[in-house]
Design a protein around this ligand. Structure first.
Ligand code: SF4
Ligand code: SF4
Length: 425
């Protein structure tokens, strides 16, 4: 367990974290800043602060972007102690019915498959399709979702149900794909692109059909029972094939950070050291897809030699869980700049403002405010595409651009790389 009081004592109150804080940029109050959160949590542990509706509201406003951790001279884990207190909040106040229903679906793949199918068949009753952006616009105000909002599309068939378990190539190397729920049900073109790239590189593909959600949505909401359930199932499953693959590729920053970074800490904090060690052991073979493709294949060389030049401008947004948590920012850029004109936006490292299930539902005004400057800096680049290896960023940025009249289209870098590779003979 984190000792909130100790962390509070270790905060030297330098304020370096404050200008970088996503919620503080939206709500410039000391209570909604990393330094403020830490102080409040220290008081809470000492019994000097009650967990009431007001403090619940404060602790649920953090975007968990990790900007504060990145700049803090003492590397204080503000995001993680917020996640911990959300567990206490969930115990005291419960979790809203629709979030519980969503997490239940995440625990039961068959039910999520069914819900997604029904959503696809009946979507036209509630939403209209925006083909240009690849999203859905509600026809009327839904609970928690207003009709001025762009929602993710729903695919007719999930990624996991679209491919056989094994796709054979040269037999020399074999990787597994962990797809993540948004890319499995909503943005299936991400997985299709990764499969295409791996086939072109003659790498055998294993698509583990029994993989479950990584647990991130539940972790950020304080539903630790769901996290424990999903994580243990995944660890047991990964262990059953880990020695038979070179790597498990994850085309999603949040899922990858959750698996590689948070699983181990989650179990350690619960005193489940054996599970923590098992999670740590798996880490060595978990990679973001662009990282592995860049470091362990000749993809960059192929793209470079191809002399394929696509007359399109791309700007790259750094997902918090890629750059700050895993140090991945160079790899997708190096793969993209061979065939596209890469233009940097003024602050690619600024959080998009997705923030998790609670911010996207109950506190969407915060996500909207955080997304506006990001949409403006994308517009300034005049790029055709904004890329980020993260479907949560895709949900947030696609909507921010839609609401702020920006015509740039979001693509996962793998989609753009596959597009370029298709032109290589
Ligand atoms: S995680 Fe992000 S939003 Fe939360 S306190 Fe840190 S910088 Fe602010
Ligand atoms: S940067 Fe770290 S030490 Fe400085 S105020 Fe923020 S949390 Fe405290």
């Amino acid at each position: 367990m984190f000792d909130f009081s100790k962390i509070s004592d270790e905060c030297i109150k330098c304020g370096k974290c404050i200008p970088t804080c996503t919620i503080h940029q939206v709500n410039t109050d000391e209570t909604t800043s990393p330094r403020g959160f830490i102080e409040l949590l220290g008081d809470y542990q000492k019994g000097e602060l009650e967990l009431n509706k007001n403090t619940k509201d404060i602790f649920e406003s953090c975007f968990l972007c990790t900007n504060c951790v990145d700049v803090c001279p003492n590397s204080l884990p503000t995001d993680m102690i917020i996640e911990e207190v959300r567990y206490d909040i969930a115990k005291k106040y419960g979790i809203a019915w629709y979030k519980r229903a969503f997490f239940w679906l995440l625990r039961h793949r068959w039910a999520m498959d069914l819900a997604s199918k029904l959503g696809y068949v009946f979507k036209s009753c509630a939403v209209k399709t925006d083909n240009k952006r690849g999203g859905l616009i509600p026809r009327f105000n839904l609970p928690m979702i207003k009709k001025d909002r762009l929602l993710p599309s729903i695919s007719s068939k999930s990624f996991l149900n679209s491919y056989p378990e094994n796709i054979k190539s040269s037999g020399k190397r074999r990787v597994a794909i962990f797809i993540g729920c948004l890319a499995n049900y909503n943005y299936t073109e991400v997985g299709d692109s990764l499969v295409y790239i791996l086939k072109r590189l003659d790498i055998d593909i294993f698509i583990p059909k029994k993989q479950k959600c990584c647990g991130a949505p539940a972790y950020f909401t304080g539903d630790f029972d769901t996290v424990e359930y999903l994580t243990k199932k995944n660890i047991e499953y990964f262990e059953s094939f880990i020695d038979e693959v070179d790597a498990i590729l994850v085309p999603e920053a949040t899922c990858s950070a959750m698996i590689k970074h948070d699983w181990e800490i989650f179990f350690k904090n619960r005193g489940l050291d054996d599970w923590s060690k098992r999670a740590k052991k798996l880490n060595q073979k978990i990679f973001m897809a662009t990282e592995w493709l860049y470091k362990f294949t000749n993809l960059e060389e192929i793209l470079k030699k191809s002399s394929v030049k696509l007359d399109k401008k791309v700007t790259y947004h750094d997902p918090c869980h890629a750059r700050k948590v895993q140090g991945i920012y160079k790899e997708p850029r190096e793969l993209l700049n061979k065939n596209f004109k890469l233009v940097e936006m003024s602050d690619p490292n600024r959080c998009c403002g997705f923030g998790g299930v609670t911010i996207q539902s109950e506190k969407f005004h915060l996500a909207k405010a955080a997304g506006k400057p990001k949409a403006a800096m994308i517009k300034e680049t005049k790029a055709d595409f904004v890329a980020a290896e993260c479907s949560a960023c895709r949900v947030q940025l696609s909507n921010a651009m839609f609401q702020n009249g920006v015509d740039t289209v979001f693509k996962n870098p793998l989609e753009l790389i596959a597009e370029a590779l298709k032109r290589v003979k």
